[in-house]
Design a protein around this ligand. Structure first.
Ligand code: ADP
Length: 440
């Protein structure tokens, strides 16, 4: 058996054309001494049984070999022993009586001789009259055999599993890619947020620095103008003394020069006072509820002479009560009214309207006049300190007034701007945050 025999029990050997045919306890074996190879035959090859009997073998004169076993004997021509080919099973596919297909018995075909599909039918009983019958049959191709179905099922199942695994893997790798991308982008986002924070921090620092410098500058302006008051006062009082004691006693030129010095020191006084006022804005003061109507009353009383001089017509509408700095508010109203009167058209008396209304959560004030107006190109810079559009000989002034107004408005958290047409008049707008109850 180690060399390939089906059994070690040999019952008979026939030698045919150099080939040994061996009957054994377990089938027949063909041994080729030239190649020393065995080929075994079993039940599937049509043997009577696996087991053969002692000495029950012979070769006939026709050349056929015979082996006897426990279930009879096998006879075969040694040249015709071919390996068994696959024989497809045969199945009936149709059954006809008088060339008519026979239906399966049911409530309609009660008389039908078959009760199930002809393929599965084991027996049929027919009457003697049903004398012409025919069958259709098919030899099943291998793809309908159980093993082929098994292979196909296994292949399909395997394919499905492989495809499923492939998809899962693809999804998994896609997921990993996405996750990497998301984490990359998150990192980028974090980085840019950090950058932005750093930039914002830099801006804050710069702003603080600017604020500090601004304060320093204001402090400087305040100290400088404050300290200049003293020598100026001395100069002015000595010029006054000189004028009192020597006016008309020296020559004409000396009188003129004294006049110039006196005028200049007067102007200087005004300038220094304005500068001091400007740098004092918002210094260590508390916000109060300010009735703008009361403030305006004081302003009109203070400006009474000026108003009468130019014959100004000033209409004041109902004004609100706001949370603010009363002194600064007064300066603001006064500056605007004074400008509206000062920059009037020659020969035309000023018409001034001052009013306020609610607009988008703020109080919006307007002060409009019928004066000389301002060219569009200059409208921005008039709010900058010392910016003037006219020679002093034309209109008196220091160029501080509107800068003053802007500072006051911004101190209260508002904005100031102008709309103007040259030769038509100007309207100054300014806002104050509204803090009262909401209107319906
Ligand atoms: P000042 O009045 O001392 O010259 P301001 O800062 O008050 O300085 O005004 C700046 C400039 O804006 C003025 O010189 C003037 O040219 C212009 N201006 C201000 N108010 C008016 C106005 N109501 N109508 C026309 N021009 C004006």
């Amino acid at each position: 058996m180690e060399d390939g025999l089906p059994s070690n029990t040999i019952y008979g050997i026939i030698i045919d054309k150099g080939i040994l045919w061996i009957g054994t306890f377990n089938g027949i074996s063909r041994f080729d001494p030239a190649t020393r190879s065995f080929k075994n035959f079993g039940l599937n090859d049509g043997l009577q049984s696996k087991e053969f009997r002692m000495n029950s073998c012979d070769k006939s004169h026709t050349g056929k070999l015979y082996f006897g076993g426990i279930n009879g004997f096998n006879g075969f021509s040694p040249d015709n022993t071919k390996e068994k080919k696959y024989e497809p099973p045969l199945v009936l596919t149709d059954f006809q009586i008088f060339n008519k297909e026979v239906p399966i018995r049911d409530s309609i075909y009660r008389e039908s001789p078959i009760t199930k599909n002809i393929t599965d039918t084991k027996e049929i009983t027919l009457s003697h009259k049903q004398s012409v019958i025919s069958f259709e049959f098919a030899s099943l191709a291998f793809w309908l055999t159980w093993w082929f179905r098994l292979i196909v099922s296994v292949t399909i199942a395997g394919g499905a599993i492989a495809f499923y695994k492939f998809r899962i893997n693809a999804i998994q790798s896609q997921k990993i890619k996405l996750q990497t991308k998301v984490s990359e982008q998150t990192a980028q986002l974090l980085q840019s947020t950090k950058d932005e924070q750093a930039a914002r921090y830099q801006v804050e620092l710069a702003n603080k620095e600017l604020e500090r410098k601004n304060k320093e500058l204001e402090q400087f302006a305040y100290v400088a103008s404050h300290d200049m008051q003293e020598p100026l006062r001395t100069t002015a009082s000595f010029v006054e003394l000189l004028q009192q004691q020597y006016y008309g006693k020296l020559d004409e030129k000396a009188d003129k020069y004294l006049n110039f010095i006196a005028q200049s020191s007067d102007r200087m006084k005004v300038l220094i006072k304005d500068l001091l006022d400007y740098s004092r804005i918002g210094r260590k003061k508390e916000l109060n509820s300010v009735d703008c109507n009361e403030v305006m009353k004081e302003v009109l009383a203070d400006l009474d002479v000026a108003i009468k001089e130019c014959n100004a017509d000033i209409s004041i509408h109902q004004l609100p009560i706001i949370n603010g700095y009363a002194t600064e508010m007064k300066q603001l109203f006064q500056n605007l009214l004074m400008n509206a009167m000062k920059f009037r058209k020659p020969g035309i008396s000023p018409q001034i309207h001052f009013k306020a209304h609610r607009n988008n959560g703020s109080w919006e004030f307007t002060c409009s006049d019928n004066g000389i107006g301002i060219d569009k190109q200059h409208q921005e810079r008039i709010f900058i300190i010392f910016q003037r559009l006219h020679a002093r000989s034309e209109y008196e002034g220091s160029g501080i007034g509107l800068a003053h107004c802007k500072k006051i408005v911004e101190l209260h958290g508002g904005k100031i701007w102008i709309e103007s047409e040259p030769q038509q008049g100007s309207t100054f707008y300014f806002t104050f945050p509204y803090q009262g109850p909401q209107e319906n």
